[in-house]
Each structure stands twice: as C-alpha cells, then as structure tokens.
Design a protein around this ligand. Structure first.
Ligand code: ZN
Length: 288
C-alpha cells in the first residue's frame, strides 16, 4: 500500500482540549436522544438513530476495554455527550472552519463530537474514535501530561474493525526496520509538521537491536507515528490486560510522568521508556 493512501486511510482528527474552539451556527437541528447521547442532525433521521444505537454499544465496550469500571454513570442526563451530524462535508467544514482533510472532531470541554453524515466510515470508525478520545480524557483529566501518541493510540484502538489492517501495516514497518524510536515519538510534534514534503531524519532501532537512522518524508512520518501509536496501546492492552492499563491511566491522571506511570502499572516488565520499546518489539516479533 502506498504511503499517501495510508495517510488518507488513517483517521487524523482534531482534538480540542482547552477552549470552545468552534461556535456552531444555529441551524434547524432536530434531535434524537438515548441514555448517554443527544444526536443533532439536519435531515437524515435514520442515520441519526443508527448513530445513537451504535454510540450506546461503543460506550460500554470502550470503557470495558480501557479498564474503566463504574464508568456507566458518567454521561447520563445533563452530562450526555452531544453528537452533531452535518448533512455533508461542505456544511461541516464551513461550520467548523476545519482543514479540508478533517472528517470529524472531538471537543472535550463541551463534550461534543462534530462530524457529518459520512456514510462510509462514520459508524465504524469516526464514532468510536472520537468517543474514545472523550472517554480517555474523562479518565485522565487535564492535569497530567499525556503524550499525543497515547491519546491517538487509544482512539484508534477503539476502531476495532480496523485493527487487523493497522496491525498488518505496523508489521510491514517492523520488517523493513522503518519504525521510529520511542524517544523520537516523544519528541516529534506531529500536529506541527511544517513541511510534509521535506525529508526528516529520525532515529530507529533495527530488528537486531542496533541503533539506526531513518530518512523519512513528512507524510511517512505522520503515518508511522499514528500506526505506532495504535500498536503501542494494543500491545499494552493485549499483553498486560485492561486493569493494568487503567492503573497506568490513573497514574497519569494523578500527575505522574509517562515513565513513572509505566513503572507503577507494569512494575515487573516496564521500568523505563526503553523497556516499553524492547517489549513492544518482542510483541511485534511474536506476531510476525
Ligand atoms: Zn484522534
């Protein structure tokens, strides 16, 4: 698969952490409600009802997988999450002022998910992805420093139907010794890549454990970053279970650094970022 196609197939979303980033114009919204959601839609009632049904089932599933027990009361009544579904791409882009590649966004502060009736991927991909962003943030809060890869990894891991595909792509990168090192994952500011056509120099590790150097284009860097993000989260949950993952998130919530949180939740396996990298690579090796 060529790299441009991979970038296009990834759900790269905009997450709004701090302020009201979007003022939605009043637009003759109609609404459908469920226990934890209010869906605002323009004309397609069937689409909105389906979205409400799917959202309810993802709600339970995502919380369970991330190991968040007693989560079910979080989004009831006035705390319900609002999902705005614009009728088409143009109206969505116009209302939100998002860049043209944007398919949807999550707004933490006002607990909104905003997208459009995206017939192909809305229910399978966009909805669980944005919901996972909100659920994760409810849990870790805003106090600690959470790296973007973890946020995006959790969100992508919730796109369950895409897991076999993303796993296959990460395996290919592993085979070609084209994964970027985790210390570089921690440093790169993927939202701020100025020049997508430039060649970037990143550090890597070979299958044999040797340090190496990667020459990588901007879009390859974006694709690799997102794929590694979901792979790392998948590794932690599949290898050590959801309860330990929740412990790890709890430590981040309480203000621990990433390494401290890892050390606390995985004391016998991960003492430092380097151990995370080594054990994750073993997992990739096992699943070849
Ligand atoms: Zn996202």
């Amino acid at each position: 698969m060529n790299i441009k196609k991979i970038v296009l197939s990834l759900l790269i979303c905009f997450i709004c952490l701090w302020a009201e980033c979007v003022n939605l114009f009043a637009q003759g919204w109609r609404e459908v409600s469920s226990d934890h959601f209010i869906i605002f839609y323009a004309d397609d009632e069937g689409f909105a009802e389906e979205a409400a049904k799917k959202a309810e089932s993802y709600y339970q599933k995502i919380a369970l997988e991330l190991g968040y027990p007693r989560y079910s009361e979080f989004w009831t009544w006035e705390k319900r999450v609002k999902i705005y579904i614009y009728p088409n791409r143009e109206s969505y882009l116009k209302a939100t002022g998002q860049p043209t590649w944007s398919e949807g966004m999550a707004d933490y502060k006002s607990k909104r998910i905003i997208s459009y009736a995206w017939s192909k991927g809305f229910n399978e991909s966009l909805l669980p992805h944005e919901m996972a962003h909100l659920i994760f943030r409810d849990f870790v809060g805003f106090r600690g420093v959470v790296p973007l890869w973890l946020d995006e990894g959790v969100a992508q891991w919730s796109e369950e139907q895409r897991r076999p595909h993303t796993k296959a792509l990460v395996r290919q990168l592993y085979e070609k010794d084209s994964l970027i090192s985790l210390s570089d994952m921690m440093k790169v500011n993927i939202n701020n890549l100025k020049d997508i056509d430039k060649v970037y120099i990143r550090s890597t590790r070979t299958k044999g454990g040797e340090p190496g150097v990667l020459f990588i284009s901007g879009d390859e860097l974006v694709a690799t970053y997102y794929l590694q993000a979901v792979s790392l989260v998948g590794f932690l949950i599949e290898t050590y279970g959801s309860d330990s993952f929740a412990d790890f998130c709890r430590q981040l919530r309480d203000g621990k650094s990433l390494e401290e949180a890892l050390r606390f939740a995985y004391p016998t396996h991960i003492r430092a970022l380097d151990d995370l990298e080594t054990n994750w690579r073993k997992y990739l090796e096992r699943n070849r």
